[in-house]
Design a binder for this molecule. Structure first.
Ligand SMILES: Cc1cc2nc3c(=O)[nH]c(=O)nc-3n(C[C@H](O)[C@H](O)[C@H](O)COP(=O)(O)OP(=O)(O)OC[C@H]3O[C@@H](n4cnc5c(N)ncnc54)[C@H](O)[C@@H]3O)c2cc1C
Length: 400
């Protein structure tokens, strides 16, 4: 079968590798002009289940080699910087994989891109589709040059996908995979209007910092530091590098000017001691180094396909970052989808089995992330975020 993947993010690239391993022919269309322009320079948490999935598609060794593997998930500090809880995390049973690896997004994208090309898939940058038509024999699409939008902005506008009309030079595929992220236009085509992301009332700031900050504890796992003003966190990314995230309640209509981000973040971190205070006072000078993003979540109700067009990754389920699981689940999607397509001749059966294996797992984690974000904003009393995190981790190490 010839398969088109729309979107060359983490999910799209991993799905391409998984499909190639099952012998399918794969083209990836990515709206960004090259591999680096679609990703921010900050880091990403690769939990144990992401590492297991990356092992299946032959990418884990490279990630572990350039990232920072931890011995435990991490710990939680009070506002002054004292350790108050340990979060042990878990390992995949019967495996040597660590509980977590931190890696920069550009390095991860380089690894996945190289593996995608080596697996024999083609990646076409600066390209999208505008028209689509499908029948029992396949899907016709018209590839067109993409207009470049911001990395975290909706791409769907702008007309979205025109259904049923083909007036350009078209390409024929057996299946189209929508891997076009949270603001997916393929989702509109599959699910119709109305399946929209929900804003959770928080925004995230991210910035790279040294892994060892003078006079502070070493960042050797995920370190969370909570106050009612927001949740600060630290993730090791390499021997010398880590990144800090800060999630806080935020009015979505307010978009800080790019050159004000350092001032806004420093002010938001008032009242913290310890590690967060050390970063606030010494490392937040360059606004251009800070990535700001309001946080949306979504889980599309099944089915995740319409005829021969199917959704994976954030296009089907956009996670809040609170458990570091969005990309992990996108990678798992790709592997399960490829397995189902290789197992069933009938596409309805393959897509049905795919969503059966994926929906409940994603729903569970998304609900936990929403609960943690509510607790952070003081809306869930007697909620134990550490216990919930550990419980979800122990669920996710089980086979899919
Ligand atoms: C603040 C924050 C922190 C996070 N931290 C973590 C973490 O630590 N660990 C983790 O596992 N996950 C994390 N995530 C989630 C993770 O980044 C996403 O779940 C993951 O990137 C989803 O991958 P994807 O390929 O489905 O979508 P995306 O990464 O959004 O990729 C979609 C791709 O499709 C392209 N595209 C979009 N529209 C079109 C179009 N019309 N035509 C062609 N191409 C198109 C885009 O340019 C993009 O390259 C975090 C998310 C946020 C917001």
């Amino acid at each position: 079968m010839r398969i088109l993947i729309l979107g060359g993010g983490i999910g799209g690239l991993c799905t391409a590798i998984a499909l190639r391993k099952q012998g399918f022919e794969v083209d990836v269309l990515e709206q960004s002009s090259d591999l680096h322009s679609s990703v921010h320079g900050v880091g990403i948490i690769q939990p144990m289940n992401a590492l297991r999935a990356l092992e299946v598609i032959g990418c884990v060794e490279e990630c572990l080699a350039v990232g920072y593997s931890t011995q435990a998930w991490g710990k939680m500090l009070d506002a002054d910087g004292n350790v108050i809880r340990q979060i042990p995390g878990a390992r995949i049973p019967g495996s040597d994989l660590p509980p977590m690896n931190g890696i920069t997004r550009p390095k991860l994208h380089e690894i996945l891109t190289e593996k995608t090309l080596a697996a024999g898939a083609a990646i076409h940058y600066g390209t999208t589709i505008r028209q689509i038509r499908q029948d029992s024999s396949g899907v016709e699409v018209v590839p067109v040059p993409a207009t470049r939008y911001g990395r975290d902005e909706p791409s769907r506008d702008r007309g979205g996908l025109v259904d049923g009309e083909i007036d350009g030079s078209s390409e024929h595929y057996d299946i189209v995979v929508g891997a076009d992220g949270t603001y997916s236009m393929v989702r509109d085509y599959v699910k119709g209007p109305g399946v929209e992301p929900t804003y959770n009332g928080q925004a995230s700031f991210r910035v790279n910092v040294p892994r060892q900050i003078p006079g502070q504890m070493e960042i050797d796992g995920i370190i969370l530091q909570y106050t009612p003003r927001g949740m600060a966190g630290f993730v090791p990314l390499g021997p010398d590098l880590a990144y800090m995230f800060f999630g806080k309640e935020w009015d979505r209509s307010v978009r800080p000017a790019p050159d004000e981000l350092a001032d806004v973040l420093r002010a938001a971190l008032e009242g913290y001691g310890g590690l967060t205070a050390a970063v606030r006072d010494n490392y937040l000078t360059d606004s251009r180094a800070i990535v700001f993003r309001p946080l949306d979540w979504l889980i599309a109700p099944p089915p995740w396909h319409r005829g021969r067009v199917v959704l994976i990754g954030d296009a089907a389920h956009a996670f809040l970052p609170h458990l570091g699981q969005g990309a992990a689940q996108a990678i798992e999607d790709g592997i399960v989808l490829a397995e189902c397509l290789a197992t069933y001749d009938d596409l309805e059966a393959a897509f049905g089995r795919y969503v059966d294996r994926r929906y409940e797992r994603c729903r569970l984690v998304i609900q936990a992330c929403v609960d943690i974000s509510l607790w952070e904003r003081g809306e869930l009393e007697d909620f134990d975020n550490v216990a919930v995190t550990q419980q979800i981790i122990e669920t996710l190490v089980q086979p899919i």
